[in-house]
Design a protein around this ligand. Structure first.
Ligand code: OGA
Ligand code: MN
Length: 202
C-alpha cells in the first residue's frame, strides 16, 4: 500500500475506530498550535456576543430547552474566508473525500459550528440525526481545551450497545461516530468547555 500522508493516517485512525467499535478517537487530530489559534478565535467571537443559545430539534420544531442543553454555538459558513476557519473547513473536506474514496460513503456536504459550554452546562442524552431529516451521517467533534482534567467534568459519554465510554474533551482530540446510531451526552462541565462540532452529510 502507498505510504500514507500525515493527514491520511489521522483519517485512517478515525475510520478504523468507526468500523471496529462504532466510534473513533484520534488524538492530535489538529496540532497544539492550530487548536490554540481556534480556541482564541472562538473566545474572541464569544466575548463579542456572536454566539447564540443552542436549540434542540429542527425547522418548526426547533426550540431552546435549557433543561436539555445549555451550550452556546456559532455556525461556521462553509464559504468562510477567514484563514483559520478556511484551514479547518478544508481539513474536514479532505476527510470527507477520503471517506468517500476508501469507504464509498457517498458524503457530499458538511456543517460545522463552534460550541461553548459555560461552567455548569451540559447536553443531556440524545442522538444527532433529526426525526425528519436523516442527512447527518457522521458526527465529528474536535476539542479546544488545554489542561483538561477528570475533575473538570464535561466528558462526552457514548452509549454503546454493551458499554458506556467516557471521553475527556482535551485539546486537539477528535471524536467521530455515526450520527444516527450512538446516543450520547455531555456531562456537566465544571469549567468553560470549547469545541468545534460538525456533521458529514449526504
Ligand atoms: C452535539 C454534541 C458532544 C461534545 O453538539 O450534538 O453531542 O462532546 N456534542 O461536545
Ligand atoms: Mn450530539
Amino acid at each position: 500500500m502507498a505510504v500514507l500522508t500525515e493527514n491520511e493516517q489521522k483519517f485512517e485512525t478515525l475510520i478504523d475506530g468507526i468500523v471496529n467499535q462504532h466510534y473513533a478517537i484520534c488524538d492530535h487530530f489538529i496540532s497544539t498550535e492550530f487548536a490554540e489559534a481556534l480556541k482564541n478565535q472562538l473566545l474572541t467571537k464569544f466575548v463579542a456576543n456572536k454566539f447564540s443559545q443552542a436549540s434542540v430539534g429542527q425547522g418548526a420544531a426547533q426550540k431552546q430547552h435549557l433543561e436539555i442543553r445549555s451550550d452556546s454555538i456559532l455556525w461556521i459558513e462553509n464559504d468562510s474566508l477567514d484563514p483559520l476557519e478556511r484551514k479547518y473547513l478544508n481539513f474536514v473536506g479532505e476527510f470527507m473525500q477520503y471517506m468517500n474514496l476508501t469507504c464509498f460513503t457517498g458524503l457530499n456536504d458538511f456543517e460545522l459550528h463552534y460550541a461553548c459550554y459555560p461552567e455548569g452546562s451540559f447536553y443531556r442524552k440524545h442522538v444527532d440525526s433529526f426525526a425528519n431529516d436523516k442527512s447527518r451521517q457522521y458526527s465529528l467533534i474536535v476539542y479546544l481545551n488545554p489542561d483538561w482534567t477528570a475533575s473538570d467534568g464535561g466528558q462526552l459519554k457514548l452509549y454503546l450497545d454493551d458499554k458506556t465510554v467516557e471521553i475527556s474533551p482535551v485539546s486537539g482530540r477528535a471524536v467521530c461516530f455515526p450520527s444516527h446510531l450512538i446516543p450520547h451526552e455531555v456531562a456537566n462541565s465544571n469549567k468553560k468547555r470549547l469545541s468545534l462540532t460538525g456533521w458529514l452529510k449526504k
